[in-house]
Design a protein around this ligand. Structure first.
Ligand code: OAD
Length: 278
């Protein structure tokens, strides 16, 4: 079974920096917000979309920060940290095994489908960065996609450092398909204190972006929550689509409040309409 010493690969022991880059934004917003209207979208080529738990809410996947502050009845510290895994690997494996099994019962909603359509039809650059560990974006058909917090459908072998597509439970300590060692696989999920995936690619895309769109995220977890600052600093238009104002709402040129299943298809229509009109 797992030893405390090899639960986290050394590459991922470093603590997540509070922000991958400190961008001083004071003074940048003095000229007020610029609504992201079709007129202002004419020059858009490069887009980054950041999604969070809110985009999957209407599919029936629980968001992280419920009214009780718990994620599916658990404190984050009990299921989303390497320390929790050291303390109680069985609990953590069971928790993610349940989440993985639940994927079979949920399906993409109109917001996922609209982003997949954007991916198919947008002629310019696009990167969809999701904090979600579910597979609803790819099941909807999105391809230009990066899972910065890992995936429920991936397992990570701590014996050989391999990562594999995985749809079965991990709690019963299966053997690694690559090295054959049993009981060393953990969910390939980025826990608090670990480095998110793809930060160099994400940062490069945000620096290039003309438009940065944040959908269904509370803006409470860095470095994802800091991407809007970088986007603004580099001159991108910034738009938030969320049910409630997020912690970073004031950083966006425009916030549209409502359900992702309605807001996202409408905005994708606008975007593709402006691209076709150009
Ligand atoms: P949160 O649960 O913190 O926030 C979800 C956001 O979605 C909230 O702002 C809600 O208002 C909004 N929301 C809920 N239903 C919605 C709907 N139908 N349409 C639009 N918006 C809706 O989730 P995240 O911000 O994704 O990290 O959380 C970020 C990270 O914290 C997660 O990736 C996870 C978590 O701990 C890890 O596990 C590493």
């Amino acid at each position: 079974m797992l030893d405390a010493g090899d639960l986290v690969h050394p590459d991922r022991r470093r603590l997540v920096a509070p922000l991958f880059r400190t961008v001083t934004v004071t003074g940048l917003f003095l000229d007020g917000p610029h609504p992201v209207s079709p007129a202002t979208m004419k020059d858009v080529n490069s887009i980054v979309v950041l999604t969070g738990a809110g985009i999957s809410a209407e599919s029936g996947v629980a968001t992280f920060r419920g009214p009780d502050g718990l994620w599916e009845g658990h404190r984050v510290e009990d299921v989303c940290t390497p320390e929790a895994f050291v303390r109680n690997a069985a609990l953590v494996q069971r928790f993610y095994d349940e989440r993985r099994a639940r994927l079979a019962e949920v399906k993409p909603n109109p917001a996922h489908l609209a982003l997949a359509r954007l991916d198919r039809e947008w002629p310019g650059q696009l990167l969809i960065v999701t904090q979600n560990v579910d597979d609803l974006h790819e099941r909807a058909g999105a391809r230009r996609l990066l899972h910065m917090h890992g995936e429920l459908t991936s397992a990570w072998c701590l014996a050989c450092d391999g990562r594999f597509r995985w749809h079965q439970p991990l709690g019963d300590g299966p053997a690694c398909p690559e090295c054959g060692v049993a009981g060393k696989m953990r969910p390939d999920i980025v826990w608090f204190g670990e480095i998110p995936y793809g930060m160099a690619e994400i940062e490069a895309a945000v620096e290039e972006a003309d438009l940065f769109i944040s959908i269904g995220t509370s803006g409470a977890v860095y470095p994802a929550a800091g991407l809007v600052r970088l986007a603004r600093h580099m001159g991108a238009r910034t738009l938030e689509l969320n049910l409630d104002p997020s912690e970073g709402s004031h950083l966006f040129d425009e916030s549209r409040l409502g359900r992702a299943g309605e807001l996202v298809p409408a905005f994708v229509d606008e975007l593709l309409g402006s691209a076709n009109a150009a």
